[in-house]
Design a protein around this ligand. Structure first.
Ligand SMILES: CC(C)(COP(=O)(O)OP(=O)(O)OC[C@H]1O[C@@H](n2cnc3c(N)ncnc32)[C@H](O)[C@@H]1OP(=O)(O)O)[C@@H](O)C(=O)NCCC(=O)NCCS
Length: 140
């Protein structure tokens, strides 16, 4: 679980390496108030981060997001972390669970679909950008 300033910095480093929407240290600290954030290591190496967002006014079901740095993909880390995140989300309300994928992340879309997130419930293009963030849902 993300607790210390080092954890926050590591979580931010993985997030910003993968997602174009750059987050600052204080942005992550603010998210920590609402979300369950985790970082993952392979030995000493920082490899991944996860977000579990509880139901909110925007969506009455939890959201789970797994991000694995490109050098560490395709060895099962994503699937392991998704299982853990789904376990954390299981206690939240709602029959379903969603994830958010930036559409150009081909690996992410394939992974989400393979894990049952097939129901597109939202598509959002931030101002000034051309690519969409897709919210994809499955039952728990
Ligand atoms: C999506 C993401 C988390 C997947 O992480 P990952 O660690 O590569 O995931 P896995 O290793 O569990 O699975 C990926 C693929 O590797 C395969 N794989 C797993 N272990 C393997 C192994 N030991 N040897 C070879 N292949 C393996 C899986 O079968 C899967 O194959 P597929 O894409 O053909 O279905 C990663 O690509 C990422 O961070 N993407 C950007 C963020 C994002 O879009 N996240 C999605 C929202 S949850």
């Amino acid at each position: 679980m993300v607790v210390t300033d080092t954890d926050i910095e590591d979580w931010r480093q993985v997030h910003n390496a993968i997602i174009p929407d750059e987050l600052g240290f204080d942005d992550v600290r603010e998210r920590l108030q609402r979300n369950h954030l985790d970082v993952a290591y392979l030995g000493e190496a920082l490899v991944a981060c996860t977000t579990v967002r509880p139901p909110s006014p925007d969506l009455a079901e939890p959201i789970v997001i797994v991000r694995v740095l490109p050098d560490y993909r395709r060895q099962g880390i994503g699937a392991t972390l998704l299982e853990r995140a789904l376990g954390q989300a299981a206690e939240s309300g709602g029959e379903g669970v969603a994830t958010i994928v930036w559409e150009p992340n081909v690996d992410g879309l394939r992974f989400a679909t393979a894990h049952g997130f097939t129901d597109e419930i939202d598509r959002y293009v931030p101002d000034g950008e051309t690519s969409a963030y897709l919210t994809l849902r499955r039952t728990k």
